[in-house]
Design a protein around this ligand. Structure first.
Ligand code: E4P
Length: 217
C-alpha cells in the first residue's frame, strides 16, 4: 500500500520524504489555507520533494472553469495530479483530463456508486473519506471493502486512495482490505512507527549494554 502525506506543510513533507517511505502528497483547499502559503508556489515546492503524485484541487464548480484551473495547475510539474470533486462537472473534467494523459484524483467520495462512476470516468485515484464517513454514523471501512469488490469485479485501473484517515486502525484496515493508497496527516504516519514495547525494549537493551562497558567501533 502506498503512503501519501495529507498536508501542505513543507517541513513535515521533507521529514517524511527522508524516511524513504513517502509515495506522494495530497492537498486540499483547507490544507492550503492552513499553510498560509501561495497555492501555486507551495505546490511547486511539494512537487520537488517527491517523485510521486501531488494532488492539487480545483475550486471551480463548472466543467469549463475546472478545465481552465487544471490547465494552470498541471503546468506546475509533471507529477501534479488534478483533484476534482465527485460531481457531474467534476467527472466530465476527470474524463477530459485523463484522456489527455493527466492524472486525476476524484475526491469527496462517500458511496460505492460514486466510486463506480469515477472509475468509469477514468479516474487515476478515487478518494473515499473514511473519517468523515465514520463521523456521520456510517462505516468508512465498509465503503472501502465495497469499492475494492466492485473495482476487482470489473478490473478497473482506478486506485483506491483511502482519505480522511484519522488513526492507525484506519491504516491497518485499509491494508487488510487491499486499498492501493492511504493518505494521512503526518502525525498519523509518524504514529505508525511507535510502539510502547519497542521503546521499553530499547531502554532495556541499552541498560544491559551499558553494564558490559563495551562500545561498537
Ligand atoms: C484527501 O485527499 C483529503 O485531503 C483529506 O484526507 C480530508 O481529510 P479530513 O476529513 O481530515 O479533512
Amino acid at each position: 500500500m502506498k503512503f501519501f502525506a495529507d498536508t501542505a506543510e513543507i517541513e513535515d513533507i521533507k521529514e517524511l520524504a527522508a524516511t524513504g517511505l513517502l509515495d506522494g502528497v495530497t492537498t486540499n483547499p483547507s490544507l492550503i489555507a492552513k499553510s498560509g502559503r501561495d497555492f501555486i508556489e507551495v505546490t511547486r515546492e511539494i512537487c520537488a520533494l517527491t517523485d510521486g503524485p501531488v494532488s492539487a484541487e480545483v475550486v471551480a464548480l463548472d466543467h469549463a472553469t475546472m478545465m481552465k484551473e487544471a490547465e494552470i495547475l498541471r503546468k506546475i510539474a509533471d507529477n501534479v495530479c488534478i483533484k476534482v470533486p465527485l460531481t457531474i462537472d467534476g467527472l466530465k473534467t476527470c474524463k477530459a483530463l485523463t484522456g489527455e494523459g493527466t492524472m486525476v484524483n476524484v475526491t469527496l467520495c462517500f458511496s460505492a456508486n460514486q466510486a463506480l462512476l469515477a472509475a468509469k470516468a477514468g479516474a487515476s485515484f478515487i478518494s473515499p473519506f473514511v473519517g468523515r464517513h465514520d463521523d456521520n454514523g456510517f462505516d468508512g471501512m465498509q465503503l472501502i471493502s465495497d469499492i475494492r469488490l466492485i473495482y476487482d469485479n470489473y478490473d478497473f485501473g482506478t486506485e483506491i486512495l483511502v482519505a480522511s484517515v484519522r488513526h492507525g486502525i484506519h491504516v491497518l484496515e485499509a491494508a487488510k482490505i487491499g486499498a492501493d493508497v492511504m493518505t494521512a496527516p503526518p502525525a498519523v504516519i509518524k504514529g505508525l512507527f511507535k510502539h510502547i514495547l519497542t521503546d521499553k525494549g530499547i531502554e532495556g537493551f541499552l541498560a544491559d549494554w551499558a553494564k558490559t562497558g563495551q562500545a561498537i567501533g
